[in-house]
Write a protein that binds this ligand. Sequence first.
Ligand code: CAA
Length: 240
Amino acid sequence: MERIALVTGGTRGLGLAISLALREEGCRVAATYHRDEVAARQVAEQTGIAVFRWDVADAAACREGAAQVAERLGPVDILVNNAGITADAMFHKMDEEQWWRVMRTNLGSMFNVTRQVIEGMRERRFGRIINISSINGRKGQVGQTNYAAAKAGILGFTKALALENAARNITVNAVAPGYCDTAMVSVVRPDVLQAIVAGIPVGRLGTPADIGRMVVFLAREDAGFITGATFDVNGGQYLA
Ligand code: CAA
């Protein structure tokens, strides 16, 4: 059966790999983006993935956007809460704006987007919700108090939502990627990144496709016994 999947931040980086992997699996995919119109247009033209522009930190925009997705594609069966940002700084140098921008985008979006689809999933008694956390929400990272707090918050959200919806055949899981070859990681200072890569036992950065495969596994119909769990995909860098 053809499922409808919504991937936030689904036109670049990990999100794009997730969108493509779900499409490959036979889903009809809607991908949201916020700023990079050019990348989004390219994805739409080259892959046929439906793209929608809205800010996941904005609750009203999520309401309107999700309604548009439902109108164009149908009710969402699979939600991947992937959109996220960094605003790295040592905590003693971090300002309020950096703190809240990351909290609103990375954690506030869990409410803003998931709230739009959960009632439909409950009514239809099927849903797959996959939240993208991070290795740094598991272990902490210098310069990322805001990001680590938001990404750790996602894990609590995932567990509570999983319990509430388990009896309705809705699974809720988190994936915690390690350092992958994306634009987000490429802005880390080269000397800092070099030291990080040296600490990855498999000896390389992850690829976006590594994460896409994990998400597809959790999105499948036959993954219904897996819920409330966190999956580390980090090349052995952190073993929880
Ligand atoms: N452990 C302990 N102390 C550390 C440290 C570490 N890993 N790294 C740096 N420090 C110390 C430094 O030695 C320094 O101490 P002193 O002042 O006593 O010398 C102090 O922390 C300040 O470090 P910096 O000079 O690096 O501070 P800065 O203000 O120039 O830079 C920063 C701050 C840009 C945030 C930098 O620390 C940094 O780049 N950190 C890594 C951030 C990171 O990994 N981001 C990941 C982005 S990608 C992503 O988030 C995706 C994902 O999910 C994985």
